[in-house]
Design a protein around this ligand. Structure first.
Ligand code: AMP
Length: 285
């Protein structure tokens, strides 16, 4: 496995793969890797000739500088894990390598047909512009046949599908396929997240109420309305000392708009566990 830190080295490696007729599978990450990431990488290794994993904490998708500063980083440990899984290349650039000063400071505006106006997009203005800025650049640099994303970030996945299928960029990425990967959880139910590293042992225990409540809501959905279930989830989580719901929305899985039916619906939650912002979701049907 090779660790590449420049766009030039990455493009040279990609050209070599292309000349040899090898398919490339890309897994974009921000590092501090865990079993959730590892699952995506294993799949990319299996389904493609060459797997490239990017490890880049993208500053343009953070609207909170404190969050960016505190984001866990450990390239050495990440590289060890990726080597053991069989990734061929790790692309780990600095922000300066990835963006010019102008790009770093310009607010990119993409049209997401409203998908970015709800939930994470509403709470973190500009977040998805930054995500699409970095993901489109990674697609351009790595020319993947497949790119792997987790359903843990369900809204991000919806927006990336939109960008590839319908936006003005359609066609720019050849026959790229976006591969949706299910949420990986601890046996306790807690959705794996790099941010879990910032939780104390006590907070980790407290955080279990999030997934427990989401799973319980599957049962509640059999006898209660969407509005009732939504409120019950919020009240149940907020009743746990140390947890505070930022939003819980039950939306249509395609449009991400609020729905009053459980059919094709997903519930997306963001909860503060102490200072750490955690997200999770559950599909109702
Ligand atoms: P991140 O490093 O948090 O930007 O995540 C990189 C990719 O891994 C994204 O596509 C995430 O959705 C995915 N991912 C992160 N955590 C999980 C998880 N627990 N289960 C499945 N995919 C995940």
């Amino acid at each position: 496995m090779q660790i590449l830190t420049t766009k030039q080295a990455l493009q040279a490696a990609v050209s070599e793969c292309q000349q040899a007729g090898k398919t490339i599978g890309l897994v974009p990450t921000m590092g501090a890797l865990h079993e959730g990431h590892a699952t995506l990488v294993r799949r990319a290794v299996k389904e493609n000739d060459v797997c490239i994993v990017s490890v880049f904490v993208n500053p343009t998708q953070f609207n909170n500088q404190e969050d960016l500063k505190k984001y866990p980083r450990n390239l050495e440990r990440d590289a060890e894990l990726l080597r053991s899984i069989g990734a061929a290349y790790v692309f780990a650039p600095t922000p300066e390598e990835m963006y010019s000063a102008e790009e770093m400071n310009t607010t990119f505006q993409f049209d997401f047909a409203g998908l970015d106006q709800v939930m994470e997009g509403k709470m973190r203005p500009g977040h998805f512009n930054g995500v699409v800025q970095v993901v489109s650049r990674l697609f351009y640099l790595t020319k993947p046949r497949r790119a792997y994303f987790g359903e843990k970030d369900f809204q991000q996945l919806a927006i990336i599908h939109h960008m590839v299928e319908r936006s003005s960029m359609a066609g720019s990425f050849g026959d790229l396929e976006i591969v949706d990967c299910p949420i990986v959880r601890e046996t306790s139910g807690l959705a794996l997240s790099s941010r879990n590293e910032r939780l104390s042992a006590q907070e980790r225990e407290t955080a279990l109420a999030i997934s427990r409540t989401l799973f319980a809501s599957l049962e509640w959905s059999k006898s209660q309305t969407v509005k009732e279930v939504q409120q019950r989830v919020i009240d149940t989580i907020n009743a746990v000392p140390g947890l505070e719901v930022e939003y819980y929305e039950i939306v249509d899985q395609s449009s991400l708009l609020p729905t009053d039916r459980f059919d094709h619906a997903i519930g997306c939650v963001t909860v503060y566990c102490g200072p750490v912002r955690l997200i999770d979701n559950i599909k109702y049907a």
